[in-house]
Ligand binder design. Structure first.
Ligand code: PL3
Ligand code: FE2
Ligand code: FE2
Length: 231
């Protein structure tokens, strides 16, 4: 992981830090809330795995509460309207896929893209977080690996029949991630997190996930950079 040194100049109570935190904290709260709803939706789409998916959904609610506490601890009011806009396109793609019964697309959006996004963001946040938020985030990130693993296992077991839909869903949704990272770049920087590190960490987690599912190195290179040039 990058950025193991805590930037000594971070002042968690400065207006600049708290202003950026009002948006980043909201993004994380909204992301956890949508993750909760997405796993609930997936539990309806995969009735055989209902209990497991509902347990993942429950973890997401706990994560949301944890991050709400992080905001309260710094006396920051999360800008939830900003966060809903931030996730709007990804959210709408998930809803459309769910309505069409496209479980592969739903799993790619939630369990691969969103979980890898969360894992890279949380790992990079941990070394620069305040003590309270660090402890919460360390607990959360352990769960996110379980969520990523759930998606990997299902998609691996169904790889041949999922491959074409995964490629299409990747093509449609990965460019949104690069755009979202650009949108958050300045605020992440105010919290001591660099966009380059976020991109690098995301690429590693996402590439490893695609490899575990069964894609070749060649496929992964092509798929994981899709839309990156536009950033
Ligand atoms: C799924 O379990 C959670 C989904 C949350 C998505 C979070 C994306 C975060 C991107 C913003 C980068 C800064 C993160 C700071 C961490 C507190
Ligand atoms: Fe989560
Ligand atoms: Fe998760």
């Amino acid at each position: 992981m990058q950025q193991l040194e805590v930037s000594p100049e971070l002042d968690f109570y400065s207006e600049i830090y708290k202003d950026a935190y009002s948006r980043i904290n909201a993004i994380v709260i909204e992301g956890e809330e949508e993750a909760h709803a997405n796993y609930q939706r997936l539990s309806e789409m995969l009735p055989d795995l209902k209990d497991q998916l509902l347990s993942l959904a429950k973890m997401e609610s706990r994560h949301k509460k944890g991050f709400q506490a992080c905001g309260r601890n710094l006396e920051v009011t999360a800008d939830m309207e900003f966060a809903r806009q931030f996730f709007a396109d990804l959210h709408s793609n998930f809803q459309k896929a769910a309505a069409a019964g496209q479980v592969v697309t739903c799993l790619l959006i939630q369990s691969l893209i969103i979980e890898c996004f969360a894992i890279s963001a949380y790992n990079i946040y941990i070394p620069v977080a305040d003590d309270f938020a660090r402890k919460i985030t360390e607990g959360v990130v352990k769960d996110e690996y379980l969520h990523l693993n759930f998606g990997e296992e299902w998609l691996k077991a169904n790889f041949e029949t999922s491959k074409a839909e995964l490629e299409a869903a990747n093509r449609q949704n990965l460019p949104l991630v690069w755009r979202m990272l650009s949108q958050v770049e300045a605020d992440a920087h105010a919290l001591g997190m660099e966009k380059e590190a976020l991109v690098e960490d995301f690429m590693i987690s996402y590439g490893e996930a695609l490899s575990n599912i069964g894609f070749t190195t060649r496929d992964i290179m092509r798929m994981s950079a899709y839309g990156l040039a536009a950033v």
